[in-house]
Ligand binder design. Structure first.
Ligand code: GBH
Length: 493
């Protein structure tokens, strides 16, 4: 029976999955151990140390390659049902090509999966969380369509070697496609280093959509669902845009334009009934391209067969949901880039509580409910939603009260989405299980429910206060009432 409170049911449905997430480059270390090949993040951090905070690298990171049993124990101690982790492609195929399988790499993830299964923790496997084999990058990375075939080969070996265990059924092909595209925008914030904004940017998204669909269709064809019971999707990041001036029609238009360029661009081809890129997006980029002297649109086109092939290639939605920003229209002409095509400026309100060294991330719990409703209204209510990431950054203190407040208020809004708005939720994965390398921000911004001592060669893990909050949540399956009010207070800011 549910406990009702201030008219919001504060209990989590019985089948709601609690879990936590990580990604290979951010935690594993052992960058050149046991036959692993070089990834673009190894290459980038070694060759452009000036772009990494404190010249850090992921060479050792949290040493999860050696300490994975401790990571699993942390999940178990918090009473969690699932673990979202990613596979390092160059650990499996050192060059990314399928002609050379690294059995030691295969074994590492088998050990991890078996350790999870010992404790009834369900694996949620991300195939690609940004650590592309450098060899494939040398071929042009995601801008060369040849990679679609190589991604299919990579997906096949994962299904073959890991999909045999029934509880290995939650797959995510890609983490945050748009962020992979951002790798073409400027060398300073993201690997790889070739910078081709406005062209490589769209080409990257285009080939990734094709690669995703290939992995999905491959599963349908070669891994019958009566034998493997997989559910496949992507993890999409959606930051919720809010009109800078709520009564301005122009700012309202900026909200829609922002969603068009950040989210509908990649979601419509997979989740919409008609498939393909939105017509509005095609028109804007075609017109811009023409104005700029291009003979054709910088946005690549799908053939009708490709539209059909990509449409419907998801069994649920993986959602990385962190925060909001304010948007307003920007008519200034800039360089050839997605930002210029979109023509929207983004602000963070100085009344918001932002997180340490990750200024883009502010505490905006309402973004959770808004995004969940937006997705349902746009793509239908048939898709269950698994929150694949959600979390707050700080300096790494064990007394992480801000993180607790963040999770408490975001869960409050999620419960409203579940019980009031009838959004079909699968579960929640906290980012992150342990402190890790936060990409170029490296070790200056910490997201873990567990502290990792990066000065200690043993990388000792210690539970933070927030891990006890999670433990309480998984055992009571009920959110303490105070977070409803705390969330309302944050909305006032
Ligand atoms: C997720 O990405 C990632 O999946 C995960 O690996 C990461 O650790 C986690 O979130 C926390 O950040 O160019 O200055 O406007 C989100 C990472 C955040 C990267 C927003 C790009 C834009 C910053 N992204 N960011 S900026």
């Amino acid at each position: 029976s549910s406990i009702l409170c201030a008219e919001v049911d504060l209990t989590f449905p019985d089948d709601f999955m609690f879990g936590a997430a990580t990604a290979s480059y951010q935690i594993e270390g052992a960058w050149n151990v046991d036959g692993k090949g070089e990834s673009i993040w190894d290459h980038y951090s070694h060759n452009y140390p000036e772009y990494m905070k404190e010249n850090a690298t992921g060479d050792d990171a949290a040493k999860s390659y050696y300490k994975y049993k401790e990571d699993v124990k942390a999940l178990k101690d918090m009473g969690m049902n699932h673990y979202r982790f990613s596979i390092s492609w160059p650990r499996i195929f050192p060059t990314g090509l399928p002609n050379n399988v690294n059995e030691k790499g295969i074994k590492y993830y088998n050990n991890l999966i078996n350790e999870l299964l010992k404790y009834n923790i369900t694996p949620v496997v991300t195939m690609f969380h940004w650590d592309l084999p450098q060899y494939l990058q040398n071929l042009g990375g995601w801008t060369n369509e040849i990679i679609v075939q190589y991604f299919e080969d990579f997906a096949r070996i994962l299904y073959e070697r890991y999909g045999d265990r029934v509880s290995v059924k939650w797959w995510l092909t890609f983490n945050e496609i748009q962020n992979i595209c951002f790798g073409t925008r400027t060398k300073k914030t993201f690997a790889p280093e070739p910078v081709t904004p406005g062209i490589g940017y769209y080409l990257t998204g285009h080939n990734i959509l094709k690669a995703h669909a290939r992995a999905y269709r491959l599963y349908e064809k070669e891994f019958p669902r009566d034998k493997q019971h997989g559910k496949i999707s992507i993890a999409k990041e959606i930051m919720w845009p809010i009109a800078l001036n709520e009564s301005s029609e122009c700012d309202q238009a900026a909200v829609n334009k922002n969603l068009l360029f950040t989210s509908r661009w990649l979601l419509d081809p997979i989740f919409s009934k008609q498939g393909d890129y939105p017509q509005e997006l095609k028109d804007i980029i075609a017109n811009k391209s023409k104005e700029q002297g291009f003979k054709q649109s910088r946005l690549p086109t799908f053939t009708p067969e490709e539209v059909k092939y990509i449409r419907g290639t998801a069994d649920y939605l993986g959602l990385n949901e962190y925060t909001s920003y304010l948007v307003t229209m920007n008519e200034k002409k800039g360089n050839v880039s997605m930002a210029d095509d979109m023509g929207v400026t983004i602000y963070i309100s100085d009344t918001w509580i932002t997180s340490k060294n990750s200024a883009w991330l502010s505490m905006n719990p309402q973004s959770m409910r808004s995004v969940l409703n937006w997705f349902k209204d746009n793509y239908g209510e048939q898709y269950g939603v698994l929150i694949t990431e959600n979390g707050f950054a700080d300096g790494g203190d064990l007394d992480d009260d801000m993180r607790i407040k963040y999770y408490g208020t975001y869960f409050a809004e999620m419960l409203k989405a579940i019980h009031i708005d009838k959004v079909k939720m699968i579960g929640h994965s906290a980012w992150a299980l342990i402190d890790n390398l936060e990409w170029t921000t490296a070790y200056t911004s910490k997201f873990g429910l567990y502290h990792v001592d990066f000065k200690d060669p043993e990388r000792k893990r210690t539970p933070k206060k927030s891990s006890y909050f999670m433990k309480n949540l998984t055992s009571t399956r009920r959110l303490p009432e105070e977070y409803l009010k705390l969330s309302d207070d944050l909305a006032e800011r």
